[in-house]
Design a protein around this ligand. Structure first.
Ligand SMILES: Nc1ncnc2c1ncn2[C@@H]1O[C@H](COP(=O)(O)OP(=O)(O)OP(=O)(O)O)[C@@H](O)[C@H]1O
Length: 345
């Protein structure tokens, strides 16, 4: 069993301790009371509404519609029935810094989307807003057609499980790799410890890590930490659908990795997507994912569609293969890395 300090808390991310409940790398403070209650506090995960593993079957829509009716939600247009997340005219400032100035986009079921753009344009900020960790100043975030009110910790009826894999990996320094990866299962499942331990070992093997279960994060390289964080985001209890993330948000998952380690992580990101079948023909568990990245290899290998964020707005969107052919001067400059063009440093 994991240490008593951590076992009182619950999250997809590890909680630091009952004295200091905010885990490393977690950008928002955890309410002490929430930790004491053993509720999801630091989670980038909200409980699902009618969550199932079978994709968007018609019966799933029916379930959702009736749930939505009960909440007085207007029916979605036919074309948008597969929209999982929508940001509509989102604004966010930090003091005098106006970062997001009307960001709008939709993430549909089954999509693998990349968010790119120059440093400091608010890519991580929009991920945190999608995850419900930051509130927009203006504009709305819709989760399966339902407007999110408040942050994820305030409102656990977001209707979609959303996991955020932080750039920093955000592992809990005083927990072993096994405890970090199995955290959600130790906290939220009734699985016996031996079964969790076995699942942790299998999930670590799936991300290419063997024999590291008893190590502390400080004993791992940066790339290994990222893979441990990835394992933590994809581990799931097969006996309980309700604790699996359905959308994963990756913040620069390959930053700082060598080219081969990047390829490993890019392929892992793909491998958990429901569009990909594993060796025994079983589809991945993640309906859609969003990757913030600066790496060309990640853009090419891990995502299908791109959103280009610049000066507080989405200035271009298209399929990955269209990116390098775009005539948009901002995109052309970014793709070529040229110093000449509208983007000024
Ligand atoms: N909590 C915060 N308080 C104050 N400023 C913040 C906060 N979070 C982000 N910022 C600022 O907002 C801007 C956008 O940050 P963000 O991390 O979203 O950019 P980014 O596009 O992901 O950058 P990069 O590509 O360099 O990682 C930056 O200027 C950053 O300093």
């Amino acid at each position: 069993m994991i240490s008593a300090a951590a076992s009182s808390a619950s999250a997809i991310l590890p909680i630091a301790s009952s004295r200091n409940p905010t885990p490393p790398g977690c950008p928002w403070p955890i309410k002490q009371g929430a930790v004491a209650r053993g509720k999801v506090a630091c989670a980038c995960v909200a409980p699902p509404v009618n969550f199932r593993n079978d994709g968007f079957s018609s019966s799933r829509y029916d379930d959702r519609s009736s749930a939505a009716e009960g909440l007085g939600v207007a029916p979605m247009p036919e074309d948008d029935l597969d929209v999982l997340i929508e940001c509509r005219d989102v604004y966010k400032s930090f003091g005098e810094k106006h970062i997001l100035k009307g960001v709008s986009f939709k993430i549909r079921h089954g999509e693998a989307v990349g968010i790119i753009g120059p440093s400091g344009t608010g890519k991580s900020t929009i991920l945190k807003i999608i995850a419900g960790l930051l509130a927009p100043d203006k504009g709305e975030v819709y989760i399966r057609g339902r407007k999110r009110a408040g942050l994820v910790g305030d409102n656990d009826m977001s209707g979609l499980r959303i996991g955020l894999v932080f750039q920093s990996a955000a592992l809990f320094d005083s927990l072993t790799v096994r405890e970090n990866v199995g955290f959600l299962l130790y906290e939220n499942s009734n699985m016996p410890e031996a079964k969790i331990s076995k699942l942790v070992t299998e999930t670590l093997a799936a991300v290419g890590l063997k024999g590291v279960e008893d190590r502390l994060p400080s004993e791992l390289s940066g790339g290994m930490k990222k893979r441990v964080a990835l394992a933590r985001s994809i581990i799931c209890d097969d006996t309980n659908d309700s604790i699996e993330p359905e959308v994963l948000l990756y913040d620069e998952p390959t930053a700082g990795l060598d080219p081969i380690a990047s390829t490993v992580v890019e392929d892992l990101i793909r491998s958990v997507h429901l569009k990909i079948n594993d060796a025994v023909g079983k589809p991945g568990k993640i309906a859609s994912y969003v990757v913030v990245t600066h790496q060309h290899s990640t853009i090419r290998r891990a995502v299908d569609r791109l959103l280009f964020l610049y000066d507080g707005k989405v200035v271009w969107e298209g399929m990955t293969h269209e990116f390098t052919m775009s005539e948009n001067p901002i995109v052309r400059q970014f793709a070529s890395g040229s110093l000449d063009g509208p983007i000024q440093y």
